[in-house]
Design a protein around this ligand. Sequence first.
Ligand code: HEM
Length: 223
Amino acid sequence: MGRKTRIALKAGIWTACLLPLAFLIYWAAIGDLTVNPIDFITRTLGDWTMRILLASLALTPLRILTGAAWPVACRRLLGLFAFFYAALHFGVWIVLDHFFDWPEMLADILKRRYITVGMLALVLLLPLAATSTNGMVRRLGGKTWQRLHRLVYCAGVLAVLHYLWLAKVGFIAPYVYAAILTILLGVRLWGAFRRRLRESRGRPAMAQNVTASGARPLRTPPS
Ligand code: HEM
């Protein structure tokens, strides 16, 4: 992917991800946040957290299915925007919903299961956001970093549960998100299975190299 394409792609992501927030600020400025502004702001931010989180989770499956490299280049930025919206969503809950009433918030986290799992999802996203820099990738090492960042799938599952448990019975949106997440996880697992299969097919050839030459095995090119 060329430099110009990469810049255009990132500019597109910045614009798309900041637009919902710009609209919220605009509606607040003109006093058009519905009759229940706190609920409207919380729900709008929650919706966008979910959408951006799922979009970030869709990028690796997209690469698996198409072989294109560009989805990987967008992963970190989308992941950070998902965290940004989750933090705003949480911030509104702390400041506008509970006015920093810590005992009440703790009781809410323990009492309401949808708050418990929402909180867990946010806590899981925290180390991912904190280790998103190139420096942290180097410090942790590629493998450890990759393993840590698989936590994003757990955050996705918890986020869907959060929505399923808070939504009214019969409300369709959380089920749509659950179905999308299931498909994305399915593609991811299928990709991992396919890679393992290729690796295990390559292994006997490497073993033959050892017995034939008695030397260290040569690397077999991927099939
Ligand atoms: C990754 C983390 C999270 C995601 C993806 C998420 C997503 C959502 C979604 C999709 C909604 C429903 C929006 C709608 O009805 O249109 C929602 C509502 C809500 N969320 Fe979250 N959320 C997350 C974390 C949290 C956390 C940490 C808290 C508080 C501790 C929280 C508190 C709430 C509340 C109070 C509502 C509104 C419930 C109601 O009005 O009945 N969420 N969230």
